[in-house]
Every structure is written in C-alpha cells, then in structure tokens.
Design a protein around this ligand. Structure first.
Ligand code: SF4
Ligand code: SF4
Length: 105
C-alpha cells in the first residue's frame, strides 16, 4: 500500500548494485504480495503513520509527500541535503515480510 517494495527482508532498506566478474546462481523471484492490507484487508499502518495525509488507502499524493520532504530539508538545513521522511516504512512490513494467513493472499 505504501508504494514501496516489500521483500522477505522487509521494506525499510536501500537497494544498491555490485558489479562482479563471476558466475552466480540466480535467486528465485518471489510471487507473493507481502502487503497485509492487500492480502487480508487489514493493517493500513502506513497510512496512519503518514504525518501529512499524502498516503491514503486511495493512493499516494506524491506532490504532497515531496512538499513535506522539502519542509524537513529546510528544518535540518544545517545537515546538508535532508529531504527525507519514511514514516510510512516503519510498520509491520519494515524489517521482514509479515505473515499473511494461508489462503488470504
Ligand atoms: S504497513 Fe501494512 S498496509 Fe502498509 S504496506 Fe506495510 S503491510 Fe501493507
Ligand atoms: S514519506 Fe512521509 S509524507 Fe511521504 S508518504 Fe511516507 S510518511 Fe507520508
């Protein structure tokens, strides 16, 4: 629901690339949607955690979200670029994929 990628390791992470010159087996692609709301029609923690109302069950208002990021950036101007928020990424899918009851996903 929060528009971010949820993997078996959750959603609160960052993706990077590492270029190697060696053969490696491909990891399997998971097909499951790990979002509890879409799986069981409950949770929606991310929408409640959003401090701006940008994220709702109807979708993400990206302009409203980004406006908040700019406000955070201005507040912490002494830290350099700081246009962040991420409150929507601290719910039950943050650190691992939540367990969806069998037959519900
Ligand atoms: S917080 Fe809940 S509703 Fe939001 S993306 Fe994670 S599992 Fe889905
Ligand atoms: S980053 Fe912050 S403002 Fe944007 S959708 Fe997530 S919680 Fe809401």
């Amino acid at each position: 629901m929060h528009q971010m990628l949820i993997t078996p390791s959750g959603c609160a992470g960052r993706l990077g690339s590492l270029v190697l010159d060696c053969a490696m087996p491909a990891t399997p692609v998971w097909q499951q949607d790990f979002c509890l709301y879409r799986g069981e029609q409950k949770c929606a923690a991310c929408t409640r955690l959003c401090p701006t109302g940008a994220l709702t069950k109807d979708g993400l208002d990206k302009a409203r979200c980004y406006q908040h990021l700019l406000e955070v950036n201005a507040y912490y101007a002494d830290l350099g670029l700081c246009d962040v928020c991420g409150k929507c990424a601290v719910g039950p899918c943050a650190l691992r994929a939540p367990t969806i009851k069998k037959g519900k996903a």
